[in-house]
Design a protein around this ligand. Sequence first.
Ligand code: DAK
Length: 262
Amino acid sequence: MSDALILTETHGDGERRTALIRLNRPKQLNALNDALMDQLGAALLAFDRDDAIGCIVITGSDKAFAAGADISAMAKFDYMQVHRDDFITRNWETLLQVRKPVIAAVAGFALGGGCELAMMCDLLIAADNARFGQPEIKIGIIPGAGGTQRLPRAVGKAKAMDLVLTGRLMDVQEAERAGLVSRIVAADKLLDETLAVAAVICALSGPSVALAKACINKAFEGGLRDGIDYERRVFHSLFATEDQKEGMDAFLGKRAPAFKQR
Ligand code: DAK
């Protein structure tokens, strides 16, 4: 499918593999449009349902993770159209429904909607040529896919204001220092290093990984007391899993755990 807007493959040789999704509009620096986001959402939900998949990676090209929402598509929109079509909400946030970990492997530009997509992921592993920004202000709009909310939570108010109000880009070192990026790796090792992290996650207990992700998202999205209460309920519930028994028995028996994913 040469005109596919995403390309998918799987990696790994364990019981659970990693799904790799490549954004595939190279000539437009992976600018995001409705059709691409529909395909991305469908692939994410299918991999989330697939018991043979333990972790999902989203990546772009060497030059761009994604340079933002497609400006040529947006230029024609008017208020009633974006309101009526529920632009963004209808199909751009499907990623948030995924319970398995999703890693963004970012090289090159991650701008506007591309930076917002990366911020919706759970881990962000970046090549040393990655650049991040919310430059929407330069084209007369503001971040509209969560950027004004997730960026300050990730990098703090001062830096978020600086980036959003000036539209400047930040390099990967600044992004890592500020807390947006989990790890920086050499550009030519981006996929290898990301797939290695994904393989570690795939070998763990899927239920506890999914619930750990849900708890951290509570911390990110809500208040402290609600988050602690939620964590406590989830923590208790893990004692109903076979993997908790196995993990602890294995530790006490000084052997590797054989998780059953239940
Ligand atoms: N959209 C469409 N095409 C894009 C694009 C984009 N965002 N970014 C790049 N391209 C296209 C260029 O037009 C060019 O196409 P051709 O001229 O070759 O046909 C091709 O990709 C290569 O780009 P350049 O020639 O510009 O490449 P350079 O290396 O010189 O520059 C760049 C790379 C990333 C610095 C530059 O392309 C750039 O500044 N791009 C725009 C970045 C940007 O402004 N991103 C934010 C987009 S706005 C909303 C919710 C969310 C959003 C909006 C509304 N609502 C709820 C209503 C989100 C908005 C955005 O993301």
